[in-house]
Write a protein that binds this ligand. Structure first.
Ligand code: FAD
Length: 552
């Protein structure tokens, strides 16, 4: 059932109360239902449009070069931020779970296999085809030390609220209440259980005593709710100077080099291709053995168009797309605001040079634009992106690297409050030289491997002495919210245990990218949904049979 929170709303006596209906909360709810559990799913937002949130932001960013504004990186509403996301589904790697010398405090208390067994069900949830994430090609298997077989798959229908709305609305075991913001959670006097949630809507406020509560509000919002609860219970969640709100990670990404293919026709292997019902694409990585021997952090790299905003690309299509994106009204119809801003860039706008690009080859520009619009907006599945091919085989190389956990990269509560009276967050996302150095070494090893295999080479966009600074200058995230509620075995160094239950609290769980102790190279939503399915399975075994269908 799907309903809106009003004065008339009565909350059912559900076995599991889930806070937040983004992809993770929805996957958890559906999986709990499949296991016979009754679910109350509380969602702060509505089924609204895709424009960014209005009103004062819920967070202050300490260094705006490092973190996107929360108004464009976190969406409040049914389906959560999946309404804005790219839809890239990528698994973690075995190495991300290990205790590595080069990545202190990044080991998981579980093995990858305990998560990856849920990847097939997560792939089904996203509709991104089979959970097959490797597709070797004989020609590219010549690479030594590097691999070009890892796949990213793309969800064909990105909004997980829309994709699963029918199932949720028809469910007799799941009650989704929209417009229901959990403004606080209250712990009992000995901090061993959540005894009350305060739920605030436009016209009603209600309290609720959950049997079992799972926070699936995203990395930042889950941390904010727990930090607010900690004000009344300073020893909870590892204490005031403990792990909660620390080790904030995203990814380190950007471009410092071009990949030049020895045989330009090899670009076919790099483009999007249909695999079953969804698109997929290959990414480069340095293999696990060389990551270990070189002391490298994980990273993946893929070819891309040059930055749209720089007219030196001389592509009429890129200039036209850039021009459309600079106009917010049009740009927001085409892509989400976070993506729009990243393509528009911060440089002063070189309109004349972009116009010259279009006029240089008007027919090709219009032809390419028609193909792009057709693939992206009129075909199913939609084309997740596009690559402009060129005869010289030269492409920008995008890197997406691991960001190390650092306790000083953190969030904490501010003294002022949002409209619901909840303290806002201060966000200080920090990157280190070690994150950036590893990106450089990943490039060097890939370059060597490509040259030795006779497949291509990297050509840097700046001299060697400027590269580290360039990687650090581009370092920014806020979209992937990892580490703030980290998972571990000890309550001194982590907030949740291997089962995602908060240490020392019998009925409180957090399921989010925020619990991941390492960031790896993967965009994190797909593994977070796999984690939700794992937790649902464990809850079904834990919650008493008489609570399983209490909500009918
Ligand atoms: C532009 C952009 C592109 C991205 N691209 C990718 C990508 O390609 N691949 C990838 O893996 N990830 C991507 N991400 C990240 C991805 O969107 C998030 O990792 C994912 O949405 C997290 O899912 P979630 O369910 O944990 O949280 P969310 O999707 O943020 O959902 C949380 C839900 O909880 C609700 N909520 C919050 N607080 C409360 C409260 N107190 N009470 C009740 N409800 C509450 C919110 O309204 C929201 O609906 C992208 C993000 C952005 C912004």
């Amino acid at each position: 059932m799907l309903t809106r929170f009003t004065e008339q709303t009565t909350f059912p006596d559900a076995g599991v109360c889930i806070v937040g209906a983004g992809p993770v909360g929805i996957a958890l709810a559906l999986s709990c239902e499949a296991a016979g559990l009754s679910v109350l799913l509380l969602e702060a937002g509505d089924e609204s449009d895709r424009t960014p949130a209005r009103g004062p932001p819920t967070a202050r960013i300490v260094d705006e070069r490092r973190h996107a504004p929360v108004e464009v990186s976190v969406r409040t509403g049914f389906g959560g931020t999946s309404r804005w996301w790219g839809g890239r589904c990528v698994p973690y790697d075995d190495i991300d779970f290990l205790d590595r010398v080069q990545a202190p405090n990044a080991a998981w208390p579980i093995q990858h296999a305990e998560l990856s067994r849920w990847y097939p069900a997560a792939a089904e949830f996203f509709g991104c085809g089979p959970a097959k994430f490797r597709a070797p090609l004989a020609r590219w298997s010549r690479l030594n030390g590097a691999t070009f077989e890892a796949l990213e798959r793309w969800a064909p229908h990105i909004d997980m609220g829309e994709a699963h709305r029918k199932e949720l609305a028809a469910s007799t075991l799941i009650t989704v209440v929209l417009g229901a913001s959990v403004s606080s959670l209250e712990l009992g006097p000995d901090s061993s259980a959540v005894v009350r949630l305060m739920v605030v809507g436009d016209t009603a406020t209600r309290s609720l005593a959950p049997v079992c509560c799972v926070l699936t509000c995203g990395g930042l919002e889950s941390a904010r709710l727990l930090l607010a609860a900690q004000q009344a219970h300073p020893d909870a969640f590892g204490g005031a100077d403990g792990p909660l709100g620390r080790h904030y990670m995203g990814h380190i990404s950007g471009k410092i080099a071009d990949l030049v293919l020895d045989d330009p026709s090899d670009v076919d292997a790099h483009d999007f291709f249909l695999d079953g019902p969804a698109y997929a694409r290959r990414r480069f990585a340095i293999d696990a053995a060389h990551q270990v021997s070189e002391g490298l952090l994980n990273a993946s790299l893929w070819i891309d168009n040059p930055p749209f905003q720089d007219p030196d690309h001389r592509s009429g299509l890129l200039s036209l797309v850039w021009a459309a994106l600079t106009l917010p009204v049009i740009g927001r119809l085409l892509v989400s605001e976070g993506v729009r801003r990243s393509h528009v860039g911060g440089r002063s706008f070189a309109w004349t040079a972009h116009l010259a690009n279009v006029l240089r080859s008007p027919i090709a520009t219009v032809w390419n634009l028609g193909r792009l619009l057709m693939g992206r907006y009129f075909k199913r599945p939609r084309l997740p992106g596009f690559l402009i091919r060129n005869a010289s085989g030269r492409y920008a190389l995008h890197y997406h690297g691991e960001h190390l956990p650092n306790p000083d990269s953190r969030v904490w509560l501010s003294d002022d409050c949002d409209t619901l009276g909840r303290p806002r967050l201060n966000i200080d996302l920090q990157y280190s030289d070690a994150d950036a150095r590893s990106v450089l070494r990943n490039h060097e090893l890939l370059d060597r491997s490509l040259r030795e295999a006779g497949l291509g080479r990297l050509e840097y966009r700046m001299p060697a002495k400027e590269r580290l600074a360039s990687v650090l200058a581009q370092a920014s995230d806020g979209f992937h919210q990892i580490g703030l509620v980290r998972m571990g075995s000890s309550p001194d160094t982590s907030v949740v245990g291997p089962d995602c239950r908060v240490h020392g609290i019998s009925n409180l769980y957090v399921v989010s990218t925020g619990v991941f102790p390492s960031s790896g190279q993967a965009n994190p939503t797909f593994p977070a949904v796999a984690l939700a399915l794992r937790v649902a399975h464990a809850l079904a075994a834990r919650i008493a049979p008489d609570q399983k269908a209490a909500a009918t």
